[in-house]
Each structure stands twice: as structure tokens, then as C-alpha cells.
Design a binder for this molecule. Structure first.
Ligand code: ADP
Ligand code: ASP
Ligand code: MG
Length: 444
């Protein structure tokens, strides 16, 4: 079986849905994973925000606006009256569910029910569209098999067992459609895999059915060597290893959800990034293959906090770092970068939920300094020890930018540099010029 995930822009209009349906092979077993139509989740987030501020009237106005947009979609998407009728029935149920939420006391659980409606809409509308074209498909409810644990981690055993169960109900079918992003949590409430989570859904589902390939269809021709939203003259990378792609996704390449590579990697399932607007383009293939000793790409992750702990107790002491790490473990806060000197250790986090508690706990060990509005610039490639000069080239290209921290050698796939967020754009452009300009020219 193949997994084909289509992102928000790919299903963003009646016309785009038509293009997607052309891409689905007629006979092969396929599980199609859909995001919400572009703009929808943002709109639902706004409804939730209004509700959180007890602004029910404004939440209702936003809900009406969204419903109007979907009425337009139904009018454009279907030719036949009975399809239009089915489409309107879907809208009626979904928008009644949203409005019911607006009249309940606001809670995180209510907000997540609202956020889930985008994927519930897109999948149902797409299935009716397939039906109108005479293509038989089965709509699988993701809420019946996608689950996260009390630690907010996917429950892979549950997903595998229950997705298989769902598929086994339809032995004579080969086209399945389901929702990305949404899942249930350990309390069985509706939840989600965080923004951009449909990629993660696709990868988890691919792992669950041991798919032969996971295709992520989006609005760009694969993973580019740099962030195309910030830098001109970026180009697609033909091949990446799982490790390289995972680093890029984790460190901010928006084309992939930060966690979406691991489930595929665990089962050695190739991930292909493809462009719905340009389906013939080669895109990027991500696999276990090692792909050349060179610098491949750079990504940047904002919203980083640096924590420096200075302590003379660290001098010649062992066990100091363990005590520091235990604090982060206790507050379930992952550390991204770390550098040490004889008397100080600096590390970075991106989740500041427990920052006050962490700071207080660390103050037992020495002086603690916190800095915010930082960005990790992560350069990814195959930096074997036998490839001299790679790190130098990166650092040299950043000669005009103050570097707060540098991390090299933690893995052979990355060099991470911490900069002030105000320098991010310049850093990405400088790396493009200093590291990628020659290869960029061959893609022109
Ligand atoms: P989808 O809605 O299909 O999930 P996303 O907007 O989440 O699409 O991801 C695709 C976007 O990611 C691209 O349009 C591009 O602007 C952005 N992006 C950021 N970094 C990269 C990169 N290194 N390579 C490709 N695209 C990137
Ligand atoms: N619709 C969700 C979002 O906008 C999930 C996704 O698109 O991947 O974040
Ligand atoms: Mg996305």
C-alpha cells in the first residue's frame, strides 16, 4: 500500500481537489491522507481564540464566514444536484457541531473539537467528489485509530492494530481516504498532532501498514536547500537520508512536521516529497541511503531560549551535568543545543512552558541567565571527519553575524548555530551565498 498525503494548498479549492483526484492511481491500494483546505485551521484557531476570551458573538461571526466559504466550495466542486445535496449535509453537521461548541463553557477539549473540523470537512467533501466521478472509495475515520498517549506521544501499537482492523473491513476496496492531523488522546477526547501534523499522520499510518512508500504532496517541488520564504535562488534536493531530513524537519523546514520522519525511518519506508502543482517534477526522495558527503541544506527554528548556568562547582566536578539534565527531565523539556566550558554550561530549549520552574531549580547550582528571541540555524549534510573545511565554510559565511553558540560533532549530520532572531534572515542569505551559490547556479 502507498500513502498519499495532500496538504492544505493541494486541496485548497475545488480546482485543486480536481487536480488531486487525477493523481490518485486507479488500481493500486492507496491510503489518501488529507489536511484541511488551506486557511481553514487558521480560521478555526481564531474561533477558538475568540471563545477563549468569552467573545461568543465574534466566534459566531467567524463561524458564519467559514460556512459561507464552504457553501461556495460545494457550489463549485460538484456538478450533480445529489452531490451538492450531500455536500450541504456535511456542512450542516460540521457547522452544527462547531456552533454547539460555542455555547459550551470554553476548555482545551472544546477548542480541539473545533480544530478538528477542517480535516473532517475536507475528507468528506473529497469523498463525495470521488463518488461523483464514479470512483469508489472508503472514508476511514481517523478518530477510530489515531491515538496519543498521556505523554502526548503517538500510540503506535494502538494505531497499527486499529488501522489494520479498519482496513480489514473492506477487503474488496483499494482506495481509502482519511483525515490527517486529528486523533484521540488517552482520555478518548478529540485531540491533534499539532500544527502541520498531517505529515506526521501520514508517516504514522505508513509505518502502521508497513507501506511501500509515503508520498507527501505539497505546493513546492521537494525539500529545498534553504527556506524559500526567506531566500531567493533556493533549489530542490533530489535525495536526502532519513537522518538529514529528520534534522531539517526538526530544525524548522516547514515542508515537514518536525517529528514526521521517525516513524518512516523506523520501518525503512521511503518518503517522497512531491508537488501537486507540478506533478512531473522529481521532488525529494528520503531513504536510508547515504547520499554524498556534502552540505545539503539549512533550516532555521525560531522561538529559542538560551539558558546559561555558571558555577564554580562545575570545575573538575563530575555529576554536575547529570544534575542539570535531571531538571529538564523533571519538567519534560527537551534540550536542543548544548555547549560547556569549565565553569559554565549553556543550553537551548524551545518549549518555555516550565521556564520559571526550571530557572528556579537551576539556581541551586549557580547563576542562571536566560535569553530569548533566538534562532537555531541548522546546517545539514554529511559531515564526516574526513571532509575537511565544511564547518569552516559555514562559519566563514557568517563572519558578519554574531554567533551565540556553535554545536558541531554531536551528529555527523549537523552544525547548529545560535543567533539572535533579528539576524536570522541575514544568516540564511549569507549561508546561501557562501555555501550553496555554486550549486545554486547549476539549478538555474
Ligand atoms: P502543506 O500545506 O502542503 O502541508 P506547508 O505550507 O506546510 O504545506 O509546507 C510547504 C511550504 O514549506 C512551502 O510552500 C515552503 O514555503 C515552506 N518551506 C520552508 N522551508 C522549506 C524548504 N527547506 N524546502 C521546501 N519548502 C520549505
Ligand atoms: N490542518 C492542520 C494545520 O493547518 C494540519 C496540517 O495541515 O498538516 O496545521
Ligand atoms: Mg504542512
Amino acid at each position: 500500500m502507498k500513502i498519499m498525503k495532500f496538504g492544505g494548498t493541494s486541496v485548497g479549492s475545488a480546482e485543486r481537489m480536481g487536480a488531486v483526484s487525477q493523481l490518485i492511481p486507479a488500481q493500486e491500494p492507496v491510503l489518501v491522507v488529507l489536511s484541511a483546505m488551506s486557511g481553514t485551521t487558521n480560521h478555526l484557531v481564531q474561533i477558538g481564540q475568540q471563545l477563549a476570551q468569552a467573545n461568543v458573538a465574534q466566534a459566531l461571526v467567524l463561524t458564519d464566514q467559514l460556512e459561507q466559504r464552504y457553501k461556495q466550495v460545494v457550489a463549485e466542486l460538484y456538478k450533480q444536484d445529489d452531490s451538492k445535496e450531500k455536500g450541504h449535509q456535511v456542512l450542516q453537521t460540521v457547522f452544527a457541531d462547531i456552533r454547539a461548541c460555542l455555547h459550551k463553557p470554553f476548555s482545551a477539549a472544546i477548542e480541539k473539537i473545533i480544530l478538528a473540523q477542517g480535516e473532517l470537512l475536507s475528507t468528506q467533501l473529497f469523498q463525495i467528489f470521488q463518488e461523483e466521478k464514479g470512483v469508489t472509495s472508503v472514508l476511514l475515520p481517523a478518530l477510530e485509530f489515531m491515538k496519543i498517549t498521556d505523554e502526548d506521544e503517538p500510540d503506535q501499537a494502538y494505531i497499527r492494530e486499529n488501522l489494520q482492523k479498519q482496513l480489514a473491513k473492506y477487503p474488496d476496496h483499494h482506495l481509502f481516504i482519511t483525515q490527517g492531523y486529528i486523533c484521540r488522546n488517552h482520555r478518548n477526547e478529540i485531540d491533534n498532532l499539532k500544527r502541520g501534523g498531517s505529515d506526521y499522520s501520514a508517516s504514522l499510518m505508513g509505518a502502521a501498514v508497513r507501506a511501500q512508500e509515503i508520498q507527501i504532496w505539497t505546493d513546492i517541488d521537494g525539500m529545498h536547500n534553504n527556506d524559500p520564504r526567506v531566500v531567493k535562488n533556493t533549489y530542490p534536493i533530489a535525495e536526502l537520508s532519513f537522518d538529514e531530513a529528520a534534522e531539517l524537519a526538526y530544525f524548522g523546514a516547514k515542508i515537514l512536521h518536525p517529528s514526521s520522519i521517525l516513524p518512516a525511518q523506523q520501518h525503512n519506508i521511503p518518503v517522497r516529497l512531491l508537488n501537486t502543482m507540478q506533478p512531473q517534477a522529481a521532488g525529494t526522495i528520503i531513504s536510508s541511503k547515504r547520499t554524498g558527503k556534502e552540505i545539503k541544506a539549512v533550516a532555521a527554528k525560531d522561538g529559542i531560549y538560551a539558558i546559561k548556568i555558571k558555577s564554580s562547582r562545575m570545575l573538575l566536578a563530575y555529576g554536575f551535568l547529570r544534575s542539570v539534565f535531571e531538571v529538564f527531565e523533571r519538567f519534560k523539556t527537551p534540550i536542543d543545543m548544548i555547549t560547556t566550558s569549565e565553569v559554565a554550561v549553556s543550553l537551548t530549549i524551545d518549549n518555555a512552558t516550565y521556564l520559571p520552574e526550571i530557572t528556579e531549580a537551576l539556581q541551586r547550582f549557580g547563576t542562571v541567565e536566560i535569553d530569548s528571541e533566538l534562532t537555531i540555524v541548522c546546517v545539514v549534510g554529511d559531515f564526516m571527519e574526513d571532509k575537511p573545511g565544511a564547518a569552516l565554510k559555514v562559519v566563514q559565511s557568517l563572519s558578519q553575524i554574531p554567533l551565540r553558540m556553535i554545536s558541531y560533532g554531536g551528529s555527523k549530520n549537523n552544525i547548529s548555530l545560535l543567533v539572535n532572531t533579528i539576524h536570522k534572515e541575514k544568516a540564511l542569505i549569507s549561508i546561501n551565498e557562501g555555501v550553496f551559490s555554486e550549486r545554486g547556479k547549476s539549478h538555474e
